[in-house]
Ligand binder design. Structure first.
Ligand SMILES: [Zn+2]
Ligand SMILES: [Zn+2]
Length: 293
């Protein structure tokens, strides 16, 4: 049985209708919508040295309830080893891992807001104040609807840094050095927050949950818009120096546990495909057995 909750087909269908109504003339977009709608319902055949196997076709879209969750799990596996090698800052003056949130003023334009957020952060990294303090980190962009109806963009980071001045704000009522720096980068507002980390896993789960969190709260219409405007945009990124911030996603090759051969894609209507059909034909095994992600 799949370890993941079943997606709500009804919800997905509603999304598709919204997407298609808005964009029915955009062929590429309709194709994407159909891919989302069909996610998990069709199968590709693969073969190894001893067997055939069916693997469900996944859409890999962030707004897909199933694929969004799988993506988060993959990212967790990808980053946890790296994060664990770094020490957690034990006080505000300590060098180490801490959580940082950077926010820009609410935007009318969802995609323009993403650009502004990236540009502002790139400026911040290059500021004299941050250049030596910010060693590296992992950021996840969260976009949600603000109370004013505009889009609220922010980045949740796990950063490896030395002391970042947040305190003076409370003491003097003036902007702290870090807020001043962030305001210079955004050109207008500068809201930010720094939090202590208690555990590596907790911190990573905290930032990764923002990959899907905001989307859940959106209406179907907003979800469709979000899908269109963020399609193939990277909302998770790493920065900094050193091997460990540049982890490349290894394309994992699935290997048969029996014969040790990597699974190879079976081209439809090929000779192998005919063999596979014969193999699966008289009494096909239960579908759940083939739920591979
Ligand atoms: Zn095998
Ligand atoms: Zn999917």
């Amino acid at each position: 049985m799949s370890p993941f909750p079943q997606k709500s087909e009804g919800l997905l269908l509603l999304d598709i209708i919204q997407i298609s109504q808005q964009l029915e003339k955009d062929e590429k977009f309709v194709r994407q919508a159909i891919r989302l709608q069909k996610c998990g319902t069709e199968f590709n055949t693969f073969m190894c040295g001893c067997n055939f196997i069916k693997i469900s076709k996944k859409c890999n879209y962030r707004i897909c309830p199933v694929c969004g969750k799988i993506r988060s799990i993959k990212f967790y596996k990808k980053f946890i080893g790296v994060i664990k090698k770094k020490r957690i800052a034990r006080s505000i003056f300590d060098r180490g891992l801490r959580l940082l949130t950077l926010t820009i003023k609410n935007q009318e334009d969802l995609e323009g807001g993403i650009n502004k957020l990236y540009e502002s952060f790139n400026k911040l990294k290059r500021r004299e104040y941050c250049k030596h303090k910010l060693v590296g980190g992992l950021g996840v962009i969260e976009i949600k609807r603000g109370e004013d109806g505009l889009w609220n963009h922010h980045i949740h980071f796990i950063i490896d840094s030395s002391y970042l001045d947040m305190k003076s704000q409370k003491k003097t009522g003036k902007d702290s050095k870090l807020v001043q720096e962030w305001k210079k980068c955004t050109g207008d507002s500068g809201i930010l927050d720094i939090k202590r980390i208690t555990s590596h896993a907790g911190a990573l789960n905290y930032v990764l949950k923002y990959l899907t969190k905001g989307i859940i709260d959106l209406t179907n219409e907003e979800k469709a818009l979000f899908f269109k405007l963020t399609f193939q945009r990277r909302l998770l990124f790493t920065f900094g120096k050193g091997e460990f911030y540049n982890i490349k996603q290894d394309k994992e090759r699935r290997v048969c546990p029996n014969c040790g051969c990597p699974y190879q894609y079976v081209v439809p209507h090929s000779e192998e495909d005919e063999l596979a059909k014969a193999y699966f034909s008289p009494s096909p095994p239960p579908r759940e057995r083939f739920y591979w992600f």
